[in-house]
Design a protein around this ligand. Structure first.
Ligand SMILES: C[S@@+](CC[C@H](N)C(=O)[O-])C[C@H]1O[C@@H](n2cnc3c(N)ncnc32)[C@H](O)[C@@H]1O
Length: 360
């Protein structure tokens, strides 16, 4: 390729990325305004009908419908007729992705977490200059809700049917008497705790998180799930050495890389597990080492890292300055420093996560 052709190809790549960004934020409107749900539940609609179903303004609904059709998300019956008379359909295969929160293929939470990650963008720019951080709270409700929505269905479907049964000694203990106790650190909106409680009807779970809104949402989620008697959420720092208790399973789902002091958190997890409990860390399935070609999801994890996870982890000082791309060797080093003998990678397949058992 000539230099001019390479320039052209690069411009084309950037324009395609711009198209993707507009698609994501168009999806944000579609999820937030209930457009996808209305099209999924009540069928095809023209702009007036969609506006009526969702309590929105026809002219905006029309623009959104046209954008979605141009992007290839919605299908239009007849594009040659008058704009207000055109009917749009959300194709059936897309419905679970955009409108069914119970599906493991649901990605309606993606634009929500995206918007959250961008909320304090100016503060992030400033942090890059000063070496400071951006507090988790600055990312607001979209981030918390989007994070929860990304993992919710996967936790509820996979936790007790696939992930934990793979760890046979833990699985047996969770099913047995006396009731097993589980600590879930960095529990966020609580779906991992709720998934464990649902799968193991005897188990008692304590979820810990230091974000007050997340703890409140988690309590409400447990109440709605009807299991708030067995699942309690506490506003606590996982790195706090005063965190006490004796647990059969101490788990951390997708949160160690966010922590300013992951070593202290792992040390606390070790205390909570005692000599007989199991420490489980579930974190991003990033590559073993830096590579621009070999790792399939590092592009996404670096994306979250530059905007959110690294600034969040640098809000408290001193900080380990980890970021989303916490490679297995990084976790091994943290675990060793926290007093663990070794780290075992468990044979559990997942697109996003790698499962680590920390051996005392
Ligand atoms: C990416 S979210 C993951 C939430 C949840 N585990 C999930 O998988 O959906 C990270 C969570 O870790 C929490 N967190 C970060 N540092 C923490 C700490 N030191 N102690 C307790 N929670 C912490 C954040 O408040 C946030 O809720």
């Amino acid at each position: 390729m000539t230099t001019a052709q390479q320039t052209e190809a690069f411009i084309d790549k950037l324009l395609q990325s711009t198209r993707g960004a507009f698609e994501i934020f168009g999806m944000y409107l579609g999820v937030r305004l209930g457009y996808y749900r209305a099209l999924s539940e009540s069928g095809p609609a023209d702009s007036q009908k969609l506006a009526e179903r969702t309590g929105t303004y026809e002219r905006y609904a029309r623009e959104w419908l046209e954008h979605q059709a141009i992007c290839g998300i919605l299908e239009v019956d007849d594009e040659s007729i008058d704009a207000k008379s055109r009917r749009y359909t959300l194709p059936e295969p897309y419905q679970e992705v955009l409108a069914d929160e119970e599906s493991v293929n649901y990605l309606g939470a993606l634009p929500i977490i995206f918007a959250g990650a961008l909320r304090p963008l100016h503060a992030v720019v400033q942090a890059y200059k000063t070496g400071g951080g951006v507090a988790y709270a600055e990312y607001g409700a979209d981030l918390v809700e989007g994070q929860a929505g990304m993992n919710r269905a996967m936790f509820l479907k996979e936790m007790g049917s696939s992930w934990l049964p793979t760890i046979t000694d833990v699985h047996r203990r969770l099913l047995s008497d006396p009731p097993a106790r589980v600590a879930d650190v960095g529990a966020g909106a609580g779906w991992s705790s709720i998934a464990i409680a649902r799968s193991y009807p005897k188990a008692e779970i304590d979820g810990f998180d230091l974000d007050q809104p997340s703890v409140e949402i988690a309590r409400e989620n447990a109440r709605r799930a009807g299991i708030d008697g067995r699942v309690k959420f506490h506003l606590r720092d996982a790195a706090d050495p005063l965190l006490a208790g004796q647990y059969d399973l101490v788990a951390a789902f997708e949160c160690i890389h966010d922590m300013a002091d992951p070593v202290s958190a792992l040390r606390t997890m070790s205390h909570l597990a005692g000599p007989t409990g199991t420490v489980l860390v579930v974190d991003e399935r990033v590559g073993e080492s830096f590579s621009t070609t070999k790792n399939d999801i590092d592009w996404m994890m670096y994306g979250w890292s530059i905007l959110h996870c690294l600034p969040v982890g640098m809000a408290d000082k001193p900080s380990a300055e980890t970021g989303t791309v916490m490679r297995p060797d990084t976790l091994r080093a943290y675990a060793r420093e926290a007093g663990f003998k070794s780290v075992e990678i468990l044979p559990i397949e997942n697109y996003f996560f790698r499962f680590y058992r920390l051996i005392p």
